[in-house]
Design a binder for this molecule. Structure first.
Ligand code: PLP
Length: 448
């Protein structure tokens, strides 16, 4: 099996392996296991499990479109996007959640279930719990977005905010479940969750005949495991490629160690993938079936989100966009000329976060640039500069100037600008013309 680990480059979200948040998180390495996760005897799900799930949930889940992308030409690849962000609560998580709830024996359905999640699993369970008349309790960490907390409440769930991060919420949920006789539903490792997620793979095979590869985001590994079982059983030659953020590379780590291994996670745009230890069952199921596992940088996740908005009119969250990020980073040259499905598996991104991500994406793309230029402090010096910039069709977003720290003559002023250009060539043209006109131009991040 091919494995490729990328190095994060300087810039967006690049912290060293020994950064404070990583070291601090090391202490939380002892996660409580729930009753369906036995590392000594993992449950490997089968194609029959996925088929059974597909039949059972067919009336309660959207069959999402899987359509050819505008980006196919750019990457010289026949790209199809599986649009799971169009599920009712905005992610594929509904598949596993609905199936697991439906498979509970009536007595357990009456008791209700408990789960821990910062987002999509909680939303999926809350919504389908309401639909099926099953009481849902979700423990969410304090960092869970308010919008998701409110949506879970709107779907009638009992929401408990507890834990600085997901593992603490999880341990609390497992303890509460034991105390109150509620089944704990692990969002990426319960065998029925894996079977339910696998139904996405069945749809992909039906929707895209003759596909060559399928790229799947990886958090705890449930989606990867279920989808791999479905696709490899029907089409053994299709390559299955898992992708995670370099800031939470727990599946890569598990592959290196041959077993789920605690991997400190750092904050990431792909917050839905921030799982420190991948699932016992999902790892055992996926390991023999996958062809490659890749890690992607934060800046390419931001750029992918931007590309999906601009070119596909699709709002996709970071976790859902890592598959495209792998293609953008050029990590899959062997797929050129091939038919490739990329799962866009979630769209739950806060509007404020989306605004920041778009700005980051523009910067990575060279369309938001910053520079400093020293101009005359005489009347008209700054006006000249702004006119010059405007005449090139460049739009100024921020501008300020300073005198006190300049080492050159006292009749000069340094003007610092953040500007928006059409594309990176336009930015290069601006740089060239500015350098021709002014003797002191500083370009890029060192300016601020
Ligand atoms: C949008 C999105 N994509 C992918 C994943 C990864 O799924 P899994 O944990 O089954 O690997 C998640 C998990 O929450 C998610 O929310």
């Amino acid at each position: 099996m091919n494995r490729k680990k990328t190095n994060d480059s300087p810039g967006v979200g690049n912290e060293s392996k020994h950064s404070p948040d990583k070291v601090a998180r090391k202490e939380q390495s002892v996660a409580v296991l729930d009753e369906f996760c036995n590392p000594d005897n993992p449950k490997i799900i089968t194609f029959q499990d996925v088929s059974a799930a597909s039949y059972k949930i067919k009336d309660g889940i959207q069959k999402t479109p899987c359509t050819k992308s505008q980006m196919s030409q750019v990457f010289n690849m026949d790209i199809f996007f599986k649009k799971e962000f169009l599920q009712f609560t905005g992610s594929f998580k509904e598949r596993g959640a609905r199936y697991t709830l439906m498979m509970l024996i009536p007595e357990k359905q009456k008791n209700g279930v408990i789960a821990a999640s910062a987002g999509n699993h909680a939303l999926a369970l809350s919504y389908h719990g309401q639909e099926l008349g099953i009481r849902i309790t979700v423990v969410m960490p304090v960092i869970a977005p308010l919008m998701k907390i409110q949506s879970c409440k709107k779907y009638g769930a009992n929401v408990i905010i507890k834990g600085a991060h997901l593992e603490e919420s999880r341990n609390h949920a497992i303890a509460l479940g034991k105390e109150h006789g509620l089944i704990y539903i692990n969002g990426y490792d319960h065998p029925h969750i894996l079977a339910g997620q696998g139904t996405m793979g069945l749809e992909i095979v039906e929707q895209v005949p003759n596909l060559d590869a399928c790229i799947i985001p990886v958090g705890g590994g449930g989606l990867l495991a279920g989808t791999a079982v479905a696709i490899k059983n029907l089409k053994p030659n299709v390559k299955i490629i898992g992708v995670e953020s370099v800031r939470c590379a727990s599946f890569t780590e598990a592959m290196e160690n041959g077993k789920p291994t605690f991997t400190p996670v750092q904050s990431s745009l792909a917050d839905g993938l921030a799982v420190a230890t991948v699932g016992v069952n999902s790892f055992a199921t996926a390991k023999p079936l996958i062809d490659k596992i890749l890690t992607v940088k934060e800046e390419s996740i931001a750029l992918s989100i931007l590309r999906l908005i601009e070119l596909e009119k699709a709002v996709v969250e970071g976790a859902g966009a890592v598959g495209l990020a792998a293609v953008l980073e050029g990590l899959l040259p062997e797929l050129e000329g091939k038919k490739v499905v990329i799962a866009l598996c979630g769209g739950n991104i806060d509007t404020t976060a989306l605004g920041r991500v778009i700005e980051r994406g523009l910067a990575v793309d060279g369309r938001l640039v910053r520079f400093g230029v020293t101009v005359s402090d005489r009347p008209g010096g700054i006006a000249d500069l702004t006119r010059f910039i405007a005449d090139l069709g460049v739009s100024i977003k921020d501008i300020f100037h300073e005198r006190a720290w300049l080492k050159s003559d006292v009749y000069s002023v340094q003007v610092k600008c953040v500007v928006e250009t059409r594309d990176s060539e336009h930015a290069e043209e601006l740089k060239k013309k500015l350098t021709e006109k002014y003797s002191q131009v500083e370009w890029g991040s060192k300016v601020f």
